[in-house]
Design a protein around this ligand. Sequence first.
Ligand code: GLN
Length: 198
Amino acid sequence: MRIGVLALQGAFIEHIHVLNRLGAETVEIRMPKHLANCDGLVIPGGESTTIAKLLSEYRLLEPIRTLAKNGAPVMGTCAGMIVLARRVDALGYPTLDLIDITVARNAFGRQVDSFETDLTVPVLGSKPYHGVFIRAPLIARVGPGVEVLCQLGNGDVVAARQRNIVALAFHPELTDDARWHGYFLKLTAGVTLAESSC
Ligand code: GLN
């Protein structure tokens, strides 16, 4: 499996390390032509205004939309989730609009309000998942057809999926627990298998 990792800004190296550790081939995406032959795409955390601006400037919006519409799984984490969303408060640049959620940026406050907490995530099994939230956004609205994958104890939605699109408010590349990347690779393998049996 060949997984593209958007490498315009942010924590892309960490995602590449986890994916490689799980046996996936990775390719850094900076230009539309890098997306050729990718079975899936990861959009890392960082600064969503910068990532969204560069997605427009480098003409990556449409090619990524096409990849996703052709069924390739896309997982966005933190700022990556922001640029995947249908609606975001005050971003100033277009998003990819690949998942029907509304996202509130910096929903937990400023940098000092970053936190870590154990999460209950049924799709990852019964063992709690340790979530790292860094100036994190949250999912303020979930549209029909969007599955909630994880909520905080107070009900705030921090992970969701719509078909092949996975949105996480936290940073799965910053812990040793590779279960989210494993989940994403399983989704990708499912699509690849379905295609090869056609
Ligand atoms: N607060 C950042 C933003 O709005 C996201 C932070 C992150 O990706 N860790 O872009």
